[in-house]
Design a protein around this ligand. Sequence first.
Ligand SMILES: [Zn+2]
Length: 235
Amino acid sequence: MFIGHFGVALAAKKLAPRTSLGTLVLAAQFVDLLWPIFLLRGIERVIIAPGETAVTPLDFISYPLSHSLLADFGWACLFAGIYKVLRSNSGGAICLWFVVMSHWLLDALTHRPDLPLYPGSSTFVGLGLWNSRAWTIIVESAIFLGGARIYARTTRSRDPFGSLAFRSFLALLFLVYLINSFGPPPPSERAIAIAALGVWVFVFWAHFIDRHRVVNAPPAEQIDLFPPPDQPQAP
Ligand SMILES: [Zn+2]
């Protein structure tokens, strides 16, 4: 899955209004941003096998550190823990934990059974939505557009950049998604890793968007399930 993860990050802004969209995107894509590093270091493996599924020509031979359920759980705890220490925002940290975990669940929906439960596990999970290109695009686009709609309603532009950067972010992501879905297979495994590292651009872009938009409700009326202990509870 690709843009579906961004849909989760965009939607999560409603539950974590004080957390930057950049951090939410980083959380949603966290294990996909670790994966190319592990590939380049030879710790994990992927091969190009056209026809592997209707959508992706990639055969994920081994990726237990980035994409096993147990590893994702560990990354989610680490990510949320670091955020809590740096930002003292328990609600945001809990939301980020779920956003990191959502990556594995959404990948389990699309991948063929290649996601291990834990490193060394012989049980692999995957419902195989990627066997249908049409259904993959329908489901993933629905999550992406739904998330974009929630983010657009939760925030408003602070200046012209807020709207422009947000719209171009959505458009470029969708374009990249279509190129990935309909374009030729990548030329090499190394090219896959380099392209995957390019997703960092969207993390910084999302951070830029968030700085140029403001959450709609005034802070006192925001739904904050876990306010910091030193702040009075909103009525
Ligand atoms: Zn993934």
